[in-house]
Design a protein. Structure first.
Length: 227
């Protein structure tokens, strides 16, 4: 085994060990990607070359971490409300990365936290993978004011990439943004206005949001049955 391969294996072992502890580690200010860059002294173009992705995707990922994306826990609350409204255990609730075989489902709900005005890549890939004619309802959570530009743009983006599916409707609601993210953004002039706006999302989704999500789910179910 070459020296370089030995080092690679040792590095992989350290990554694997760290992975078992990562859930107990608080995310650093600025996000993990930017912290990693600083630690190894590598800029975005150089970092992008390693996994073979574009530098724009690296920049977007950094901005997503820094710009106050909603905790996945907030999105899960909406997903669970939709599941409960449609029959609880008879409805399958899966992360998009695990929802590979969508054949045979009469209706699919796809939810995502708004990230940088758009749809996270895993949700994009799932939406693009849907077969022609499959019925799709979209939902999202966000820290912006209700009816704001960013959540609207994200839903429009999702509809634009769902070329094969039949879009039955969409639902968005606010979701609480992690306090440490807001604190960090308050010190950045370009993000301060949004950070102030996001503080008013504390406590969301609330009971009224969840009730609206349930009503949305039932409406989509009826619509799917009438088509």
């Amino acid at each position: 085994m070459s020296v370089s391969r030995t080092k690679q294996r040792q590095a992989q072992d350290r990554v694997n060990q760290a992975a078992t502890l990562i859930k107990s580690v608080a995310k650093p200010f600025g996000g993990w990607i930017a912290t990693f860059q600083e630690a190894i002294g590598m800029n975005a173009p150089a970092l992008a070359e390693r996994p073979g992705i574009s530098r724009n995707n690296i920049y977007a990922a950094i901005q997503t971490e820094q710009a106050g994306t909603i905790s996945v826990n907030q999105l899960e609350k909406i997903a669970e409300a939709i599941r409960d409204a449609l029959g609880g255990n008879s409805v399958k609730l899966l992360p998009v990365q695990e929802a590979q075989d969508t054949q045979g489902y009469s209706l699919i709900f796809c939810g995502f936290p708004v990230q940088a005005h758009s749809v996270p890549v895993p949700a994009q890939n799932f939406i693009k993978s849907l077969k022609a004619g499959q019925k799709l309802a979209l939902f999202s959570t966000h820290g912006s004011l209700r009816g704001g530009r960013m959540p609207k743009e994200a839903i429009e983006n999702a509809i634009g990439i769902a070329k094969n599916a039949k879009i039955l409707g969409s639902f968005t609601c606010r979701g609480q943004v992690e306090s440490e993210i807001i604190d960090a953004l308050m010190n950045k002039p370009e993000h301060k206005a949004w950070a102030i706006e996001a503080t008013s999302a504390n406590g969301h989704p609330d009971s009224a949001d969840l009730d609206e999500a349930k009503t949305f789910a039932k409406d989509m179910f009826k619509k799917a049955g009438s088509m």
